[in-house]
Design a protein around this ligand. Structure first.
Ligand code: X2X
Length: 334
């Protein structure tokens, strides 16, 4: 790790055109990559945390934030956090499951009926279980606070999803993770995996007719510009693990690690509140932008998953330990 020398060298070459802030180089400059727009609460709270950490470490540590998949798609960035080219990365447990299979467990369809149940599980035994599995990878580790993405809703450019039959044959974008593809096949749709950074253009060019994401993303990523209907399917909860490259994390002095841990975890809790507030208020705002909303009977969709064998299949894939840890938090699932 020659990051320290590199940073000082780069600044020394900057001479007088650089502003004063740049003139005092941080001892450690670490990269945090994520897939969300700067206006999403995840980036707003991460920026606040970065400022607090810089302050508390007296400028020794600088967290450089790269929003909007600037360093690559989620699939690319997962490679970069593993090899240390990226230091921090927020990633859905479902996409992380391509490296740590049990990390997808929180995405089982209709597992959580409320945020209360989500945070009891993710801040409790289920979260501990997955965090330990992530640590076994040796390459990456997860900080304590899981950040919120939200309960996912379905948008389309063609027609609302009212009953499961409306999914029949529909071309939908899903994120690159086996659980997503499996779930949307079970609903009867024709899912295509597309990374988030290519989702807007896939919708715009009608490569796919729809997608599913929480309201905070539909708003901040401006998906309402290319989608007409929003069906409140609430088919799964999704959150972000705040991942660190282990080698780079362990290269930091203890006091800097403590400062990052404190401020990032607190920022994650604040972000949860922000997203919960947005998910309560955005329906009105997105309606004003022209989206047509409808509610669904979730039982019909859960029954469809059940009769397609979705729960039985994934119970077998995750195995008894993961499945019973989930059921201990949310009740019997299948
Ligand atoms: O890719 C998505 O749809 C997103 C932004 O919700 C995730 O990161 C899983």
């Amino acid at each position: 790790l020659s990051r320290r020398g590199f940073t000082l060298g780069a600044t020394a070459l900057g001479v007088s055109t650089f502003n004063i802030a740049r003139a005092r180089a941080a001892e450690f400059t670490y990269k945090f990559a994520n897939n969300l727009p700067v206006s999403h609460p995840l980036n707003i709270r991460a920026q606040e945390a970065a400022a607090k950490i810089k302050d508390e470490t007296k400028g020794r540590f600088e967290l450089q934030i790269f929003p909007s998949s600037q360093l690559g798609s989620d699939t690319d960035t997962l490679g970069q956090i593993r090899n240390g080219a990226v230091d921090f990365f927020t990633l859905s447990g479902l996409i992380l499951s391509t490296l740590v299979p049990s990390a997808a467990i929180s995405g089982i369809g209709f597992a959580f009926d409320s945020y209360d149940t989500v945070w009891k599980a993710m801040d409790g035994k289920l979260g501990q279980f997955v965090r330990a599995e992530i640590a076994k990878s040796r390459q990456i580790l997860a900080l304590d606070t899981v950040w919120d993405n939200g309960f996912r809703q379905t948008t389309t450019s063609t027609k609302p999803i009212v009953t499961p039959a409306d999914f029949d044959g529909m071309k939908l974008r899903v994120p690159p993770a086996p659980l997503w593809t499996s779930m949307f096949k079970a609903f009867g749709s024709a899912p295509t995996t597309i990374n988030f950074n290519e989702t807007y253009s896939a919708l715009q060019t009608k490569v796919v007719d729809g997608q599913e994401n929480p309201l905070a993303i539909i708003e901040t990523a401006k998906l309402y510009e290319v989608q007409s209907f929003c069906s409140m399917t609430n088919h799964m909860w999704d959150g972000f693990w705040f991942l660190a490259n282990r080698r780079n994390w362990e290269a930091l002095p203890e006091d800097i690690r403590a400062s990052i841990t404190k401020h990032i975890n607190a920022a994650g809790l604040a972000e949860r509140d922000d997203v919960a507030k947005l998910s309560a208020s955005l329906r009105e705002q997105l309606t004003a932008r022209g989206m047509k909303f409808n509610d669904v009977n979730a039982n019909l969709f859960r029954d469809k998953l059940r009769s397609a064998g979705f729960y039985a299949e994934w119970k077998g894939k995750f195995g008894d330990e993961a499945w019973s840890t989930l059921e201990a938090s949310v009740g019997k699932l299948s």
